[in-house]
Design a protein around this ligand. Structure first.
Ligand code: UDP
Length: 341
């Protein structure tokens, strides 16, 4: 880095965002986290980063934010991100996610920011029948959530054409795990993701895990997903930051290996040494049977090579964090906010 670069991280108090913040801080960037703390956690933001509480829906707040700091790049995580909720309330996604991103991109363009990284999703591809899913797979979003991310990808396409703002759209498959040193982890309310729910059962917080359908065309009848360690996602974000000096890009991020729901539960039994009760329920509407990424493009272009590709390590790190933080972030230290303007 020629000078210490300042990076704005929206949603930097959330699961993937906070791991990226930790990585940026470790690599010497100056970091400003912007988060409304509705889903994010104050305690997930390190003392070295500035935390600004606010909402992307408020242009007045964004005006103050962009006058208080000069950003070299933006990582945009802040969004509604529940597929199921988006099927019940599409407006929240097709309006709020998109309008908030439009606001942010406009402020970025007006303030000369030329590098923008979007947290995007495999849900963009809906239910493709050919695996693995690479960047040439047809876009056909599986939900209003996926559609909202695709609309933001298009906004960024035009921000490049019109303003010369280079962007990276990173389509995550199933983000999971926790920081290897155990100080950051996954803490959603409500929790809907498989691995933290299975670990809740192992910890005695839930009576059983419900498998959403065991009649899929897979080897044990349950859905196959490609679980990717959150630290490997963070590493991809840092790598694309430097690539953005030259061009825009889109990358699918996964390990290229799929595990069934039953294999995840079995691995969690091994890792935790606990019994995990299972009930088989109905399919969850909209769940594709198999989602596996091809990440050949980012491997080739940027030398990205996941450090924690195996499921056992992913679950072990998630379990370590859970054991150290049985109440999630709730019991963690409270830190001061930075006032802007
Ligand atoms: N799943 C399940 N029971 C649960 C939660 C999830 O069987 O309580 C399954 C879900 O059907 C999917 C996989 O676990 O096949 C991963 O789901 P998750 O919600 O974690 O991520 P998604 O793949 O929906 O992004």
């Amino acid at each position: 880095m020629p000078h210490q670069e300042t990076v704005l991280v929206t949603g930097g108090a959330g699961f993937v965002g906070s791991h990226c913040v930790a990585e940026l801080v470790a690599r010497g960037y100056s970091v400003v986290v912007f988060d409304n703390l509705q889903q994010g956690h104050r305690a997930a933001v390190p003392a070295e980063a500035e935390l600004v509480e606010g909402d992307l829906a408020s242009p007045a707040t964004l005006t103050r934010l962009f006058s208080a700091f000069r950003f070299d790049a933006i990582l945009h995580f802040a969004s509604n991100s529940l597929v199921g909720e988006s099927m019940r309330n599409p407006h929240l996604y097709l309006h709020d996610n998109v309008v908030n991103a439009l606001n942010l991109v406009q402020f970025a363009a007006d303030n000369g920011v030329r590098r923008f990284v979007l947290s995007s999703t495999a849900n963009l591809f809906g239910m493709p029948d050919r695996m693995p899913i690479d960047e040439n797979t047809e876009i056909d979003p599986g939900s209003p959530y996926g559609e909202s991310k695709f609309m933001i990808e298009r906004i960024l396409h035009w921000a490049d054409k019109v303003h010369g703002m280079h962007s990276a759209c990173l389509r995550y498959f199933n983000a999971a795990g926790a920081h290897p040193d155990g100080h950051l982890g996954e803490d959603h309310d409500p929790e809907t993701h498989l691995i933290p729910l299975v670990l809740d059962v192992a910890a005695g917080k839930r009576p059983h895990i419900e498998i959403f359908g065991d009649d899929y065309p897979t080897h044990d009848g349950t859905c196959i997903r490609d679980y990717i360690h959150v630290s490997d996602l963070a590493d991809a974000h840092i790598r694309v930051l430097s690539a953005l000096d030259h061009r825009s890009c889109r990358y699918n991020l996964g390990n290229g290996r799929g595990y069934t729901v039953r294999e995840v539960i079995e691995t969690a039994r091994r890792v935790t040494g606990r019994d995990i009760a299972v009930k088989v329920g109905a399919r969850r509407p909209g769940d594709p049977p198999v989602l596996i990424a091809s990440s050949e493009r980012i491997r080739r272009d940027l030398g990205w090579d996941p450090r924690f590709p195996d499921l056992e390590t992913i679950i072990r790190h998630a379990w370590d964090w859970r054991c150290r933080n049985p109440g999630g972030y709730e019991s963690g230290p409270v830190r001061e906010l930075v006032a802007v303007g």
